[in-house]
Design a protein. Structure first.
Length: 245
């Protein structure tokens, strides 16, 4: 399946997280409704190895609890409102299963960027495998891109599920990025937009990889990056692309 059929693209960062609690079904559904071609989510395993969507290991920031996700079963997790932090609405939201998001994406015919986000590095391969067991049947039905800061997780896919499109992440500039991407047989390079100056943009956009920048919430910066040749951006605003020239 062709991953990026048009250019530029916008990937809604954790869903429409300015309008609904991040990484929840309401946020993802709203992002798709607002026209986002893709959403990005973070996948972690519960204590009983259920792949769920949640960014942090502990639930304090979102659910105002000091519980850790890897110490909670999926059933126990349902008792926590991960929208508790969200002051704009009183949405009661639980951390959804990965499968629920994939079904939503299938309904809209849109893409999903799954970031493997193990609770601890030691769980990287197990998290990759757990996510694969869920996403595998969807791979030929919707566009799916897998990324992670955990190299072990990406290597697991390359060795065990070579058909998966991989995104190589850089939060700081790495001079050997091309060698690493080649080793992974990556589809795309995902960079913090703050590290992208004109020289680095030229190196990236002249390569064979799709280039994605995160997290871009300024129309001016989005236009600058598109002009430089990036394939797309991650944004908290699902409609930022329509606002850029």
């Amino acid at each position: 399946m062709i991953i990026f059929q048009t250019k530029p693209i916008l990937i809604s960062h954790r869903g429409a997280n300015l309008l609904a609690p991040e990484n929840t079904l309401p946020a993802f559904d709203l992002a798709y409704q607002m026209g986002a071609a893709w959403v990005e989510c973070d996948v972690v395993l519960t204590e009983d190895s259920v792949p769920v969507i949640l960014h942090d290991r502990d639930l304090w920031r979102t659910a105002r609890s000091h519980a850790d996700i890897d110490n909670l079963t999926y059933d126990a997790l349902q008792n926590y409102n991960v929208g508790a932090y969200f002051a704009k609405t009183k949405i009661q939201a639980t951390a959804p299963k990965l499968e629920a998001l994939l079904e939503l994406a299938l309904k809209y015919g849109r893409g999903v960027n799954i970031e493997i986000k193990p609770a601890l590095s030691v769980y990287a391969e197990a998290t990759a495998e757990g996510a694969w067991e869920i996403m595998g049947p969807y791979l030929d039905r919707i566009p799916i891109l897998v990324s992670s800061f955990e190299l072990k997780a990406l290597l697991w896919y390359r060795e065990n599920a070579p058909e998966v499109n991989l995104g190589y992440l850089m939060s700081s500039w790495q001079a050997d990025w091309k060698e690493k991407a080649l080793h992974l047989k990556a589809t795309s390079i995902h960079c913090d937009e703050k590290i992208l100056n004109q020289k680095r943009l030229s190196l990236l956009t002249e390569s064979e990889y799709s280039v994605l920048a995160y997290t871009v919430n300024s129309v001016a910066r989005a236009e600058e990056l598109f002009k430089a040749g990036v394939t797309g951006i991650f944004s908290d605003d699902p409609q930022l692309l329509s606002k850029a020239g």
